[in-house]
Design a protein around this ligand. Sequence first.
Ligand code: EPZ
Length: 420
Amino acid sequence: MDKIRIHGGHPLSGSIKISGSKNSSLPILAATLLTREQCVVHEVPDLSDTHYMLQILMHLGAQVERASGTVSVTAEKTQSVAPYDIVRKMRASVCVLGPLLGRCKEATVSLPGGCVIGDRPIDLHLKGFEALGAAVRVESGNIKIFAPKLTGTVINMQGRLGPTVLGTDNVMMAAVLADGLTVIEGAAQEPEVVDLANFLNKMGAKIEGAGTRRIIIEGVRALHGAEHQVIPDRIEAGTFLVAGAISGEGVTVKRVNPEHVRSVTDALAACGFPIDTADNAISVWPNGDARALEIKTDPYPGFPTDMQAQMCALLSTSHGTSVVMENIFPQRYMHVAELKRMGAQMRLEGATAVIDGVDRLLGAPVMASDLRASAALVLAGLKAEGITEVSRVYHIDRGYERLDEKLSELGAHIERVKEV
Ligand code: EPZ
């Protein structure tokens, strides 16, 4: 297992091109199962998660070709059982359920495994499928779904902790080939849901309202192939902007939709970091005395839970006491213990982190535990005095394309070393 070694104190400057969105690519690649014709998807990031998704599609019978960021998928025929040994590696594999149900009227996918960021139920997904007329049962660790036919209906997807992104995606993908009209109330509004709806409409689906809480889907008989470019990854963009705030002399992210990152740039501005926004670029400038902040994570367009760990890293050296409330995944604080090993002063009160800013962080060996916590530790290492070594870097490679190389291009002293 590799680890990343960061020599802190070397400020970042310059610009970096943001890759395609992981959380857009995964459902869009799954949606290619809905047609027997070829689909071509551009700007698919080269990540282990997208690699796993392509493996699942091939196992299901699709022909897959990849040339750098462009992936073509032809699911001329497809079987409906997704393999446990791949599905267990990536929770997002659940988003093949909807297209398999839509295309084959049945699906067998292993229940997603545990996750360090907390409980990851899929009850809302299954509720949506049942509302469309499917029978759902769990048998020896697998979800088995069967529907002689799918019939459009009104479905409320709002959960106890807000809307569900992949749940909205899954029900949308099952409903596009259902008979009649489906209305999804309490839908997730994330840009990645909109990107999926745009792709499905290019395939011949009839979806309106994506990006609002109410999505209306008129079922059609069949979908055809389509070509699409995935939107930029707003979480990667936010991660680099926080890197520029933590240890930068002017960092610009390019190929980004500023609207998608608004809650993050607003938070950085509230901390006192000057932000410049152009059509598809955003710059963050240094600010000697970053102010403390109170933030809470919320569904889009609120502050994203996927940026919570990175903000904790920044706020650990902001002046004053910051408060971070995690409303989506209340246990998503695996980074706190590791940041404290670097000298951060923070304590957890339930789903709230109270952070007393310190003047400096000290490099230390730390361990990554999930995708965004890992990124937060790398960001902290940029600022810390001395050397920080982040182990279990495979977490980072799941969701960030060449993070260490991109940071190095911005001036970080960072290297990937083989862990003996
Ligand atoms: C997506 O996960 C993202 N993953 C996550 O990003 C992101 O953190 C999350 O949305 C929230 O924005 C992908 O898109 C691949 P949810 P998803 O269903 O769809 C509860 C990353 O780092 N819930 O929106 O699985 C759930 O427990 C990853 O890139 C139910 O109760 O998340 C959570 O509290 C991590 N029942 C809340 O809803 C359900 O059936 C939101 O979860 C489904 C979800």
